[in-house]
Design a binder for this molecule. Structure first.
Ligand code: GRF
Length: 210
């Protein structure tokens, strides 16, 4: 295991239960990762309060404070990069990162999505799973690329749809699986390293990849 914990920056937009799971896990030195900063695209959200409660520095970059989306993306990329992250986690971050962000940090950015990719990309995944009548859905952690929820898959967990599920009850059960998946996968990325070749993501030192 590396001598220093991996530096993790988390971006959020809402309640921050995934962030909280990472904050809780990283209290144990053996976890191997430390949340060094939390960023958001809006003020006044529970996720920022959770970060502050844990004594982690926060920053907010709102799209509306910039001339355009590209300028916002460039500033977000510079701010995140300034924290020297080994891994960036988009945990319920409701914005697509852009060209600057991926040029600066690409390959180290993962996003958690509440569906089994490649099914149901986008913002309405639990609702679309219910509307489609699937019996199994779940969650996916993937390495962010330029598409919408299209990147190489790091981890997935399956969740059964129950006959009387609402969007809310289904999403809550998915989020339980999501938190476990995230804590497990980010810990492994931190402790073991990881590599991406084509669409395949492997844990372990890069040198063992053929
Ligand atoms: C998660 O299900 C995430 O995948 C989705 O929004 C939810 C965020 O939950 N995009 P939280 O803010 O971590 O509680």
């Amino acid at each position: 295991m590396p001598a220093q914990p991996a530096r993790v920056v988390v971006l959020v937009s809402g309640g921050g239960t995934n962030l909280q799971a990472l904050l809780d896990a990283s209290v144990a030195p053996a976890y191997g990762a430390q949340v060094v900063a939390v960023g958001a695209d809006r003020d006044g959200i529970e996720a920022l309060r959770r970060a502050e409660g844990a004594g982690v520095p926060t920053f907010v970059r709102r799209v509306t404070d910039f001339a355009d989306r590209r300028a916002w993306d460039a500033e977000l990329a510079a701010t995140v990069a300034g924290h020297r992250p080994d891994v960036v986690v988009l945990a319920g971050f409701m914005k697509l990162v852009g060209e600057h962000f991926l040029a600066e940090l690409g390959g180290r950015v993962v996003n958690t999505h509440p569906a089994l990719s490649p099914s149901f990309p986008g913002m309405r995944a639990p609702a679309e799973a219910l509307e489609h009548g699937v019996k199994i859905t779940g969650c996916t952690l993937f390495v962010v690329d330029a598409g919408v929820d299209t990147g190489p898959i790091v981890a997935q967990r399956a969740v059964a749809v129950e006959p009387d599920d609402s969007v809310e009850s289904l999403h809550e059960r998915i989020k339980e699986a999501e938190r476990e998946m995230l804590v497990d996968a980010v810990g492994r990325m931190a402790r073991e390293g990881f590599s991406v070749v084509g669409r395949e993501v492997r844990f372990g030192p890069t040198s063992v990849h053929p």
